[in-house]
Ligand binder design. Sequence first.
Ligand code: ATR
Length: 283
Amino acid sequence: MPETDSAAPRNTPLAAVLGWPIAHSRSPRLHGHWLQRYGISGHYVPLPVMPEHLAEVLRAMPRMGFVGANVTIPHKESVLALADVVTDRAALIGAANTLIFRPDGKIHADNTDGYGFIANIRQMAPDWIPDLGPAAVIGAGGAARAVVASLLESGVPELRIANRTRIRAEQIKAEFGAKVVVYDWAQAGNMLEGALTVVNATSMGMAGKEALRVPLDALSPDALATDLVYTPLMTPFLVEAQARGCRVVDGLGMLLHQAAPGFERWFGRRPEVDEALRAAVLA
Ligand code: ATR
């Protein structure tokens, strides 16, 4: 194969996050913290890429010394069609967030959101046992699909889901199988009865948006409640769940943990998710 068709020589490894817009991404700060902490001479940069330019940019990146990238809104779905190899979980979720540019020039696409979701809970609530009872997922968007995949993989016996737009929840049931039970949005509160893991996977409760309005009367104090929203860290949903006696896990850890597999593949070191990282990303 001619030299020009393979990736550029890899001296200082480069990685990036591609999105449109990208200014608010916390990923550069996150990876920057790890690079500095482990003394790795690499760089991680935010790249604003318009959807119509994504294919062209991805093709050029390996030749520029990039070893991989994260992709975020609006590229997480469209990148699947541009990758040469798509992992099973990325295909099942229908989106990718982590790309590896292999030495042979091929683009490998994976989705680590579900991994990040579970790793966050396991770190913050080590005695959480998903198999012991049903999980309830509020929301059925892109992030919810990663959560559903990872909860089912973790062994939840039943996965209840409700979404404002019911068809999206029905679609998840059709794709993820018999353990998924769809509840009507108007009855989302009912699915909390007996649930041991409860997840807000909607964008409700985010700063500037309205709070989640699902009634929590049926929420058991034995349940673990977690939220994908991390601005604020304690969303109205988590505040109320905590007041009801539930263990709560905020959503920042999911962002931190989903980044670790990519960092390891690109820069050769498994990074730690700890308080120093949380503080750096929140700063
Ligand atoms: P993400 O990738 O973050 O999951 P998304 O795919 O746009 O983003 O999904 C957002 C989720 O929040 C969806 O479940 C959405 O419900 P719809 O599918 O009905 O749009 C939910 N959501 C956002 N705003 C909402 C609101 N005001 N009330 C109820 N659900 C809301």
